[in-house]
Design a protein around this ligand. Structure first.
Ligand code: B12
Length: 265
């Protein structure tokens, strides 16, 4: 069909409506569209370096169930894992819809991992910047996108495509009231500086069995006697490490996001 050519405005509007209707029908909570030219994430790679013909970013919003508010660590993270799994299906189904319905080329952008580990926490596509460009919210003091209806209790995925779809209007209202509750809620002070999350504080705390924790464990293991090594392998911290390796993406802290009063029910 379109081979990157701009279609008459009515047709393009119709495409956008059909794409959004399809996504909402899947169970996604909101969808915004940004033209690639409106995506501006200074630290991230250019979208063209990932997908040279990409013209649009379709950003999918998923409202989280209440799990992350639970003091039970397993229930809290399992709610997120449910959503991550669901979001992969939605990405795939939307990409296939674009291919089948509009003869478009599409590439999916996942929730997070795998990312290029040499880039120190900078993903190939910054979903916060994409969500803002797609009119889905504004960045609050918490450094998360505050969605007009759901606040910070949302996650995002995206689909890049070569259809030239115009951007949705930006959200102009600032939903963050700068109450600073998120800043105070962080047990390691990672939000102390406005406009920046201190990754060296946040990351090892929310993912204690991530890269830093794994290196520390095996370093200690290498420096231990055979008897101590035996004990280390029977210890709960190793079992947690093992669990992290097979499940991945296990966070043990949601405090900033849980503390935000915007959109809380
Ligand atoms: C790596 C990563 C992390 C790392 C490091 C973060 C980092 N370096 O930015 C760690 C592990 C610490 C982390 C923590 C969390 N993360 Co995280 N993370 C990511 C990931 C995979 C990549 C982020 C990235 O590329 N950052 C690097 C660059 C691009 O960011 P940056 O240029 O520094 O941008 C910052 C500034 O520019 C600032 N900023 C200042 N002024 C302005 C103005 C405007 C207009 C804009 C757009 C930005 C902006 O905003 C950005 C945030 O700091 C994304 C998924 C993705 N693909 O985007 C999820 C993602 C950002 N994380 C998310 C979440 C939910 C979390 C946690 C709450 C984890 C949890 N327990 O649930 C915490 C929140 C911590 C916090 N309050 O900041 C969500 C955010 C959803 C939302 N509502 O915004 C994302 C989008 C995952 C997803 N698919 O939904 N994360």
């Amino acid at each position: 069909m379109n081979n990157n050519q701009l279609e008459p405005t009515t047709k393009i509007t119709d495409y956008k409506e059909r794409i959004k209707a399809f996504g909402l029908e899947l169970g996604v909570d909101d969808i915004g569209i940004a033209s690639v030219s409106n995506y501006n994430s200074p630290l991230s790679p250019k979208i063209e370096s990932i997908f040279p013909e990409a013209k649009s970013i379709i950003v999918l919003v998923y409202k989280e169930p209440a799990n992350c508010d639970s003091p039970n660590r397993q229930i809290a993270i399992n709610g997120r894992l449910d959503l991550i799994e669901f979001s992969r299906s939605c990405n795939y189904l939307l990409a296939r819809f674009l291919e089948k319905e509009f003869d478009a080329r599409a590439m999916t952008v996942p929730y997070s991992y795998p990312i290029d580990m040499s880039k120190h926490g900078i993903a190939d596509v910054s979903l916060r910047h994409a969500a803002v460009a797609a009119g889905l919210g504004t960045i609050g003091r918490i450094n998360l996108v505050i969605h007009p209806k759901f606040g910070a209790r949302v996650i995002f995925t995206a689909v890049l495509c070569d259809l030239a779809l115009p951007s949705d209007p930006l959200v102009t209202e600032d939903f963050c009231n700068n109450c600073n509750i998120c800043v105070a809620s962080c047990p390691v002070g990672a939000l102390a500086e406005a406009g920046k999350t201190d990754v060296s504080k946040c990351s090892p705390y929310i993912q204690p069995h991530g890269l830093k924790g794994t290196i520390e464990f095996w370093q200690k293991f290498a420096d231990s006697s055979p008897q101590q090594q035996k004990e280390m392998l029977m210890d709960n911290s190793f079992m947690e490490l093992w669990q992290f390796q097979i499940v991945g993406n296990i966070y043990v802290c949601f405090k900033c996001r849980n503390s935000c009063p915007i959109g809380k029910r």
